[in-house]
Design a binder for this molecule. Structure first.
Ligand SMILES: [Zn+2]
Ligand SMILES: [Zn+2]
Length: 133
């Protein structure tokens, strides 16, 4: 069985935690963000487990919509100047507490996401320690 990794993420701008300890998804704290779609604005909770795409939102998001993500603490946009290699939508990036970044595609229904580590050996070992892999 694959070990579950719950990613602890922070805002890249204000460094505040984006974890929502009160709203669990898959029994782990979720990642809470403010979102804006062409039709509406609201909040979304993403499952923090890597490779899990469970989420819920208080607004309806149509499949294929590109969603703008904002930090609920500082209200800065989390979209980065990088295009999804699968669908061309902007990517959204968070900072991992253990070091490195996690990036996800902003298009609903696209499953592109990956982890990046700038200093691979150091950050990966910290990452593995933190998650006890
Ligand atoms: Zn912030
Ligand atoms: Zn995509």
């Amino acid at each position: 069985m694959k070990k579950k990794i719950s990613l602890q993420v922070k805002c890249p701008h204000c460094r505040e935690s984006l974890m929502d300890e009160e709203n669990l998804l898959s029994d782990y704290p979720s990642i809470r963000l403010n979102i804006v779609t062409p039709e509406d604005r609201g909040t979304i909770n993403l499952c923090s487990l890597f490779e899990c795409f469970d989420h819920y939102s208080n607004i309806d998001i149509k499949t294929n919509t590109i969603v703008d993500f904002y930090c609920p603490k500082c209200n800065q946009e989390l979209t980065v100047k990088e295009e999804c290699k699968l669908c061309g939508a902007p990517m959204v990036s968070f900072v991992l507490k253990a070091g490195g970044r996690v990036s996800i595609c902003s298009r609903k229904g696209c499953s592109n996401h990956y982890l990046t580590f700038q200093d691979l050996t150091q950050e990966l070992s910290r990452f593995y320690n933190e998650y006890e892999l």
